[in-house]
Design a protein around this ligand. Structure first.
Ligand code: SF4
Length: 251
């Protein structure tokens, strides 16, 4: 998809519903579209929409080796119930191998390196082996200051020269919109969400929310806000928006 086509669509998509955006992405990029999902709030909304709209888009789950047991069980149950095609992608090193090579508890000493090896590299590898040209994710502008610049449709470049169109059908949704959708469709919820966890990642780096900020329980007390998953690609500035305004979005 060239930039000019993307900009035209992007303007129209600003008034589309999340379902319309998802359908467009599934049809436009099939079979090279993929949804990343860690089975938290927004991810299950999009996974459920894929199922409801009968879109044959695989769900990519990055299994860092540090997920809560609750997450792994919930993923299995949710995927079975809604007939999702889940692709599980693992890092090159097991947790034990990483401990042997880098020392134990790398997540405490160098969380950026840990995230890079356990999330970013596996994601880049998955995009390559799936030959994906479209990456759908549940980023929302209201999630954190690092995500305020998220657009519904974005063109991104990767370090190896490949490009990918990132699609964020929930960019304009609020946390309340997500909760409303889950309630309306009677979706099961991640078991930890009833215990104060408003954003759920790896167990060593996730606590219940510390404030109204949805992501305040991620890497608490470290100043780290993003794992790098949504910042390792470079967003192509829109001609309508100066490069300085095209803030990196993140996860
Ligand atoms: Fe490692 Fe923590 Fe990043 Fe998970 S969130 S990959 S445990 S640093």
């Amino acid at each position: 998809m060239n930039i000019s086509e993307l900009n035209t669509i992007s303007k129209s998509a600003a008034s589309w519903t999340a379902e319309q955006i998802l359908l467009w992405a599934a049809r436009r990029f099939a079979p090279k579209a993929v949804l990343t999902c860690s089975f938290g709030g927004g991810g299950i909304v999009l996974a459920h929409m894929l199922s409801r709209l009968q879109c044959r888009v695989p769900v990519l789950f990055l299994d860092t080796g540090y997920h809560f047991e609750e997450t792994l069980r919930f993923k299995e149950e949710f995927a079975r119930r809604f007939g999702l095609q889940v692709i599980t992608q693992q890092p090159a090193l097991t947790v034990r191998e990483q401990d042997e090579q880098y020392g134990p508890r790398l997540f405490e000493r160098d969380p950026d390196l840990c995230c890079h090896m356990r999330k970013v590299e596996p994601m880049a590898a998955a995009l390559r082996f799936l030959d994906a040209t479209c990456w759908i994710a549940a980023l929302r502008r209201d999630q954190s200051p690092t995500r305020r610049g998220v657009d519904v449709i974005e063109h991104h470049q990767m370090a190896d020269g490949r490009t990918v169109v990132k699609v964020h059908p929930l960019a304009h949704w609020t946390r309340e919109d997500v909760q409303r959708y889950i309630h309306r469709h009677r979706l099961p919820r991640h078991p930890l969400s009833d215990r104060g966890y408003t954003s759920i990642g790896c167990w060593p780096c996730t606590s219940p929310a510390l404030s109204a900020d949805e992501r305040s329980g991620r890497w608490p007390g470290t100043g780290k806000a993003e794992c790098g998953l949504h910042t390792f690609t470079t967003k192509t500035p829109s001609p309508d928006r100066p490069a300085t305004d095209a803030a990196p979005n993140g996860r």
